[in-house]
Design a protein around this ligand. Structure first.
Ligand SMILES: [Zn+2]
Length: 90
């Protein structure tokens, strides 16, 4: 069974262990997977905000200021998700 070194406590840990048994740190593969899910959730949320913001703007019978704010929030969230994705892969 291959052993990897825990980045926090430097103990040797099995590469199949989900967390370090010495300090409880979640190990790399799982951390990346969890971060990926978080980013996907952020991207879904940003797309939802943009679509919800576009609806009153297209229909022109809703509050277009609120719609524009939603689109802006969606774009900001999308950029934040892209930046954190890029950050994780460096
Ligand atoms: Zn550890």
């Amino acid at each position: 069974m291959p052993l990897i070194q825990c980045p926090d406590c430097n103990h040797k840990v099995s590469d199949t262990a989900p967390t370090c048994p010495h300090c409880g740190r979640p190990l790399a593969a799982q951390t990346i997977e969890m971060t990926g899910k978080k980013i996907k959730k952020l991207q879904i949320l940003s797309f939802t905000l943009v679509i919800l913001g576009l609806l009153p703007t297209i229909a022109k019978n809703g509050d277009s200021t609120a719609g524009l704010l939603m689109i802006l929030a969606g774009v900001v969230l999308y950029v934040a998700a892209r930046v954190s994705k890029w950050w994780q892969h460096e």
